[in-house]
Design a binder for this molecule. Sequence first.
Ligand code: HEC
Length: 214
Amino acid sequence: MSVEAEGAGAQKSGPERHGKRGRAVEMAGAEVRVVHTYDDIEEYDNELPNWWLYTLFGTMVFALGYFFWYEVLRAGPSQQQSYEASRVEDRRRDAERARRLGAMNDDGLRTLSHDAATVEQGRTLYVQNCVACHRADGGGLIGPNLTDNQWIHGGEPLRVFRTVSEGVVAKGMPAWGAQLGPDRTMSVVAYLLTLRNTNVAGGKAAQGEVYAGN
Ligand code: HEC
């Protein structure tokens, strides 16, 4: 006899064979316990299928491993860390796009100033080329203080770019555009944008007009 036929047969004779609650009965060759009956609907206490149990145990093992990896060993990144990483990645991509579009505008330069890699390149260029006159921390020496909110030649990002690129040769500020090229000039300006309003200690007195924007 096929399994279906056997099952169907057992079902047919079901009501007579296990009417009362909690009685052990025989069905299709396996023992079935009826734990609850209501309106002739019977609830059986069957064994859980293995695939189900293995899935359950699998999730437990996974949860333990997950807990140890992230909470005890802290080997994986925390939510905060992955968030920060994705922010860094977003900013890098924005900066890349800004560069591709030329970034020769205020917003493009601001975007670059939020990208860690660009700012780091700018800092390196600043250390190599600018510290002699603007001091290592931007506080100013021969050249003006770059960490205040006042600008002789304008504080809009594009104005700063123009000043650095074309220089103020008559006043002793070299033109950097030809030497650094537009890409690296943008990086050094991006770095300058991170310096302003930091007002380092012992900096030169502010000169020029206040620029309140960012
Ligand atoms: C040889 C000295 C010297 C070097 C090197 C130098 N600067 Fe200057 N910089 C000056 C002087 C002097 C001024 C002021 C010009 C003026 O009074 O108009 C100035 C002005 C500036 C300004 C305008 C500030 C304002 O208030 O508007 C910026 C921006 C600037 N420099 C950035 C840089 C950067 C970036 C570098 C390096 C790539 C650099 N400078 C290297 C001497 C220098």
